[in-house]
Structure formats: C-alpha cells, structure tokens
Design a protein around this ligand. Structure first.
Ligand code: FAD
Length: 552
C-alpha cells in the first residue's frame, strides 16, 4: 500500500515542530475549500499548514448532495459563468480521482405544472451540455412518457408527460476532502484536525499568525506563523472576519439544506431523479448502494453553527414532496433511517430568497491582510483554490502555474474510470471464494480506491467473523492513515456508514468503541465520554425534533 501515515500518535511533537516554522501560508478550515487550497499551494511550491477546529469535512463538506455537477437550475438564474465553470470541472474532478467520482445518469421527469416543459427542459439541458463541453455519448436524451415509466415506474403517472436523461457525477464529499488533504501531505504540507484558531497575531498592522487551541490528550494552546493567512472557514468565515475586525460590506447568508435516507427497498429507483417540489424548488432522489437519499431543502438559518439538525419539519417537507412525485411508495417518518443537514455559506444579497441567492464564490482581503473565501460549490473547489493561490502568489510577485488539473489525488490512483471498473470486476472474481459480498467489495473500493484492497486483505488475515474483522481493519486504517480521532470521525466522515449503512453502525457499536479504546488507549473516563458522544451523533441523524429542543 502506498499511503503515507497520517495519525495523532505523536501529535504534541508535530504541533510543536510546526510552531517553529514560518509557513508561506496557513489555511484555516479543513473543508473542501481549505483542502483544495492546501493542495494547490503545496504543488506550487509553498510551505503550507492547514488547521481545522473539529474533524476534516465536519462542516458543510460532509453534508452536500454529493454531486459533482454544474447545477441545472442555476441556468434559470442566468448564472452561465458558474454553470460553465462547474460544468467543465466535472470531468476534471472525475479524472483526478476516478474511484470516488462516478458518472450518474439523471432523470428529469417533465410533469404537469413543473419548472420545465419539454421545450424549456430540452433547451436548458442542451445549453448545459454545451457549456460543460459534455462528450457526445453522454449528452441529454429526450424520453417519452412510456420510456420514463418503464425505467422509473414509481414516478407519478398522472403528473408525468415525458422526460429527459442527462449526465452528472456523484461523489462522497468528505472522502474527497480527506483525499485532498492526504495528497497535499504527500507533497509536503502539514494538516491538523481539532486545532481551532482562537485569535490572530499581528505585526505592524499585518496578520502574521494564529493563536490556536488544540484538542488532544491534554488541551493545548499553540501558535503558528505564516506570511499569508487564508480563511476557508465556510459558514464560520464571518466569525473570523469579526475576530479580524474586518467584517464590513458583504456578509454571509446561511441557508440550511437537509437530506433524508430511506432503505433502497422503500424508494427503489434505478437512476437518480431530479424532480419538482412545486414550490419553486427541485429535489434529488439518489440511489446509492443499500439506500436512496433525498434532498434538499433550502431555508434561512440562524441557529448554532456547531450542531445543525434535520428537524421533524424538514423530514415532513421532504416526505410530502417525495410522496407527491412517487405516490405509491407512501413514505412515512419511520422509513427515514438517517439524515444529514448542512449550511450553505452564501453571500447575502438584499431581497433575495435562499433559493435565489447566487452560489458564486468571493474572495475578501482585509486591510490587515486576512484573505477569506466564501460561497462556491463543492464541484468548483479546484478553481476556487486556484484563484486564491493566484492572489497569494501575485502578492508575492511570483508566477507559478497551477498544477492540480491533471494531478491524481490518490497515492495509488487508477488511470481512469475504466481502469477502476476493470479492477473492481477482477477483485470481485478473485475474492468470490472468500465470501466477500459484491456490495462489500464495491463499498471498499469506491471509498478507498486500491487501499480498500489492503483493508480487506488485513481483515482476511484476522481470526473470527469476517464482517467484524472488516470493521476492525477499516478502523485501524482510519486511525493510522486518515487522522481519525473519534468513532464519529470514522462512521460519519471516513466511511460514511452513518449515512449509507446505519445498520452496520448500530449493530457493531460496541465493537467500534472497543477498537477505538484499544488503538487510542482510552482510560475508562475517556471511553465513557466518547461512547456518550458517539451515541449522541447517531441520535442527531436518526431522531427528529425541533432545532431548539434538541440543542437545549
Ligand atoms: P466547510 O466544509 O464548512 O469547511 C469550513 C471548515 O472551517 C469547517 O470544517 C470548520 O470547522 C472550519 N473552521 C471554522 N472556523 C474555524 C476556526 N476558527 N479554526 C479552525 N477551523 C475552523 N456543492 C456541489 O458542488 N454539489 C452538491 O451536490 C452540493 N450540495 C449541497 C447541498 C447542501 C445541503 C449544502 C448545504 C451545500 C451543497 N453544496 C454542493 C455546496 C458545498 O457543499 C459547499 O460549497 C462546500 O462544502 C463548502 O465547503 P467549505 O470548505 O467552504 O466549508
């Protein structure tokens, strides 16, 4: 296996070492935006440190719809530039990490009273395909009512008039984030999770460093220095601008979006469906392994940034809209086995509703030199990073071109998607006699690329039940190679099990806690605390109340 160790065993020493370096750049925030900047800047020869206050991707970057897409609906807002940029990026990100970014055919049902009729939909998707430079074989196809009904028989026949199929890509946002951070570390960058910036350090009116609080065996204060400080703090960007006393002019408008998860059998669609909610919004229903997930809502948000919840009301909204489009399934709250809720860090525009706010990114540079980036989309992370690093290099009067377009993110990458498909097929054949289910093989290789084979092989060497050994081996990998601190880091952001296979988390809960306690040498007190926190994070996505009630 070609992975680089990335763990917290000698964390205090590593932090101390970083304190003695003057970096070219410190990036605040370990979401997709910060991770993208870390890699781009490192590949252009800068010495960069990233600090993340909680776990990597624990903000918005684990709560998206997980699509690498141009955003068809932004055409309605005439955002041609944004659609073109993100549309073109789809193929780039797919090539950067083929095992994690999968082609996904989308079905857009044309329905009575919907956003699009067959002419406007056909025109919009043709423009979309053109702007994104989509290959001929993947361009939109018009479907008759009969064809849609045959492919997706659950769609409301009374509303349905015809349909269109078109191409997008599906990913796992938090895995994409961790792979970017790992790639940057292999190229010489440093990154710490659970290190929170609590204040800025200034010299002669310019920001030159950050004071931080680091979580670990002992809570520790530390300070890091750099020539440039970049805040990629997503929904927290304004908090940091306030800390820098530079929150003037434009500010963030946070909107909440939730997704609910139901078992595949309860909404058994063969392709992703992009359907009308009949309230000026559209929702996705996306099949993925054992489940189908549906979302998203879009509502202005003013509660805690640190605990964003899917409420009963959110669940009811999505169920009502889904049942309208797929009436025979009649989904109920008890069918919802998991969920996630995230915040869009959008730039506020007077008089605009959450749905109408632009998804464009913006860079702010304060008079103290703090560089903040906000807005944007998961899909456009590489271009956002390029713009930030270009700005920093310009300040230094240096020209060095961006190198991320063709850079393979995984340590032992597939050359392309067909290489990945061949590998998966071959492995399924090779391991068939070892009682590895097809789903299991698919899960490990799509999550971890070729490192997934290493996780499986290690499990096969262990004594006892294979199902348990696979989890043990996966946890060991996440602690040693992916800087995992807690069970929630593992079952939410490294493996995605809490969203995509919640049964496996509930069934093996004790095993997961035991494995963490063993590897991280927890005493009883820590174990109890972590067990409580882990249960809470499961409850947060499986039990639905009101936002206020659950916070208190
Ligand atoms: P975050 O991921 O929030 O990262 C910011 C990080 O900064 C956080 O981890 C936070 O803990 C850290 N931080 C904050 N303060 C500090 C501090 N003081 N010290 C250290 N660290 C700090 N985009 C798409 O392209 N496709 C989609 O399908 C899609 N779907 C979406 C669906 C929903 C419901 C939402 C909400 C968004 C969606 N997006 C999508 C948009 C996309 O998810 C976001 O644009 C992106 O994840 C934002 O990433 P970020 O790194 O800027 O912010």
């Amino acid at each position: 296996m070609q992975e680089l160790l990335f763990n917290n065993f000698d964390r205090a020493k590593k932090i101390q070492n970083s304190e003695s370096i003057i970096y070219d750049m410190i990036v605040i925030g370990g979401g997709i935006t910060g991770a993208g900047i870390l890699l781009d800047a490192t590949l252009r020869g800068l010495k960069v440190l990233l600090v993340e206050q909680r776990d990597f991707a624990s903000g918005t970057s684990s709560k998206s719809t997980k699509l690498i897409h141009g955003g068809l609906r932004y055409l309605k807002q005439l955002e041609f530039g944004l659609v073109r940029e993100t549309g073109m990026e789809r193929a780039v990100v797919h090539n950067n990490i083929p095992h994690l970014v999968h082609p996904e055919t989308m079905i857009l049902p044309i329905v009575e009273g919907g956003t699009f009729n067959s002419i406007t939909a056909s025109m919009a998707i043709s423009v979309y395909d053109f702007l994104a430079n989509v290959e001929k074989k993947d361009r939109k196809k018009s479907l008759s009512k009969k064809q849609v009904e045959k492919g997706e028989p659950l769609i409301n026949k009374e509303l349905l008039k015809s349909g269109i199929s078109y191409s997008e890509y599906r990913t796992d946002d938090s895995r994409l984030t961790i792979e970017l951070i790992k790639a940057a570390r292999r190229e010489g960058a440093e990154a710490f999770n659970y290190v929170k910036v609590s204040d800025f350090i200034y010299k002669e009116g310019k920001v030159v460093g950050v004071h931080c609080k680091a979580k670990g065996k002992q809570k520790k204060k530390c300070s890091f220095y750099a020539r440039h400080i970049v805040s990629a703090a997503g929904p927290w960007v304004d908090e940091l601008r306030s800390l820098d006393k530079s929150k003037k002019g434009k500010s963030l408008h946070l909107t909440k979006g939730v997704h609910i998860v139901v078992p595949k059998e309860r909404l058994n669609i063969s392709k992703a469906v992009y359907f009308d909610a009949f309230d000026n919004r559209m929702l996705f229903a996306i099949p993925r392994g054992k489940i189908t997930y549906i979302g998203t809502s879009d509502t202005t948000y003013k509660h805690s940034l640190n605990r964003v919840l899917c409420t009963k009301e959110d669940v009811q909204y999505i169920l009502e809209k889904t049942n309208h489009m797929f009436p025979s399934v009649n989904l109920k709250e008890k069918d919802v086995i998991s969920s996630w809720a995230g915040l869009r860090p959008l730039i506020h525009e007077d008089g605009k509703s959450p749905t109408d706010l632009s998804r464009k990114d913006e860079i702010f540079i304060s008079k103290n030199g703090l560089i903040s980036i906000a807005g944007g989309k998961l899909t456009g992370y590489r271009k956002m990073a390029k713009r930030v690093v270009n700005k920093v290099l310009k300040l230094d009067d240096v020209t060095e071109s961006c190198k991320t377009k063709t850079f393979k993110l995984h340590a032992d990458s597939f050359h392309n998607y067909s290489d990945y498909l061949k590998y998966l097929k071959q492995l399924k054949k090779e391991y068939a006699y070892k009682e590895i289910e097809k789903y299991t093989m698919w899960y490990f290789i799509t999550n971890y690329g070729k490192s997934g084979k290493h996780i499986i092989d290690k499990a096969l060497e262990m004594k006892g039940k294979l199902e348990k050994n696979l989890i043990k081996s996966e946890i060991e990998f996440s602690i040693h190679y992916e800087s995992c601190f807690s069970p929630a880091d593992y079952f939410i952001r490294r493996s995605g099990r809490l969203y995509f296979d919640v049964d496996s988390v509930q069934k093996h809960f004790d095993l997961i806690i035991n494995e963490f306690a063993k590897h991280l040498q927890w005493n009883n007190e820590v174990r109890q605390k972590m067990e409580y926190k882990s249960r809470k994070s499961i409850e947060d996505v499986t039990v639905f109340g009101t936002q206020d009630a659950k916070i208190s």
